[in-house]
Design a protein around this ligand. Structure first.
Ligand code: KG4
Ligand code: ZN
Length: 338
């Protein structure tokens, strides 16, 4: 079979990432994180675009060097078309277009959310690939979706958030607790030493397979304010239990909807993707669901769950095989469906 080398570029939010794949294997996967946003408690779009502009050339150089290939060996360039921050997307897209043009090789536009799902098809020792059809739970800082995946490029969103994404629920809770951005990983860390049943929060009532997280955020805010009024050291003294309890209610909300989705579709193969699927509580609960409910769950390698370019590369490879190329008139999109 033909050897295909894809250079993939991901710049949808605050991380600048580049990867090189040989067919469905990852040769290099490089991410430059932007620490500047920590000071602001969230991503500042204008600062993100500027940092991408600074990072993109070195990140691509490192990705090629680590892969041990020259740019002349590349078969195609894949980049994130959207969804994401427009200014950030434009940096990656412009660079991908120029390089593809200079090298006279095809250009491939990739949907970031599809990539979070198709990351499962990266060939990685010790990781099984899901069989179609399967259900994907994509949970990130911008999205919360349950997707029925019928084939590589045939996906139906069967449930999604009506307001905040689950990553925002983690990050906003962290902010209320005075933790730096992004707070999801810190909540995960503190939750490990806490009692998940210590504080009870109520689950939102949302029809069908949809989600809502903005009410939970408000509930947590009032809960903290009320308790801090009575005891100024409440957060410090209960940090672990608060984090464990918040994480626990979020996991319950996700699991309730997944169980409904399985009942509705009859599909028992579940794959997770998106930054929040790095959460150890979510990973453990899903693993336990294999024995408990007879599901087969797919949890990707950690570096392929948060924003990365390897996942853009695997979609690029699939599209390459199907001749799904684009020309340089392609436009970046802040919002896109499948
Ligand atoms: O997919 P991603 O890297 O970027 C987006 O496309 O949004 O996801 C980032 C989100 C942030 O909200 C971050 O707090 C959350 O993923 N996150 C976590 C964990 N690691 C990252 N949330 C909970 N537990 C974690 N371990
Ligand atoms: Zn993402």
């Amino acid at each position: 079979t033909e050897e295909v080398f894809i250079l993939a570029i991901e710049s949808s939010c605050d991380d600048t990432a580049a990867a090189v794949l040989r067919n469905n294997k990852v040769l290099s996967n490089v991410v430059a994180r932007q620490s500047i946003h920590e000071e602001y408690g969230g991503v500042i779009p204008e600062l993100a675009s500027r940092a991408h502009q600074q990072n993109i050339v070195p990140v691509i150089d490192v990705a090629l060097r680590k892969a041990g290939i020259t740019k002349e060996q590349l078969s195609a360039i894949a980049f994130t078309q959207g969804p994401g921050l427009m200014g950030s997307l434009l940096v990656g897209a412009s660079f991908a277009k120029s390089l593809a043009m200079a090298l006279h090789i095809p250009l491939i536009a990739v949907n970031h959310m599809q990539a979070h799902i198709l990351a499962h098809f990266i060939d990685e020792e010790g990781f099984d690939k899901p069989e179609f059809p399967f259900l994907a739970l994509t949970i990130s800082g911008g999205h919360t979706q349950i997707v029925q995946v019928n084939d590589y490029f045939s996906m139906d969103i069967i449930g999604e958030t009506t307001d905040d994404a689950v990553g925002e629920a983690f990050d906003k809770t962290a902010k209320i607790l005075g933790l730096p951005y992004p707070g999801g990983p810190l909540i995960d860390q503190f939750a490990k030493e806490g009692n998940p049943k210590k504080f009870a929060f109520t689950k939102p009532k949302v029809d069908g397979l949809d989600f809502s997280f903005s009410g939970l955020k408000t509930q947590i805010l009032y809960f903290i304010q009320k308790n801090v009024q009575a005891n100024p050291n409440f957060v410090e003294e209960n940090k672990h239990d608060i984090c464990a309890s918040v994480q626990n209610i979020i996991i319950e909300i996700l699991m309730d909807k997944l169980k409904m989705a399985v009942a509705q579709t009859g599909i028992k193969q579940i794959a997770i993707g998106g930054g929040v699927s790095a959460n150890s509580g979510i990973r453990n609960t899903l693993k336990a669901a294999e024995g408990k409910y007879g599901w087969k769950t797919y949890i990707p390698k950690f570096e392929y769950t948060t924003d990365n370019a390897a996942m853009i590369g695997i979609v690029g490879y699939q599209k390459y095989l199907q001749d799904q190329f684009t020309d340089s008139t392609v436009v970046s999109k802040a919002r896109i469906e499948f």
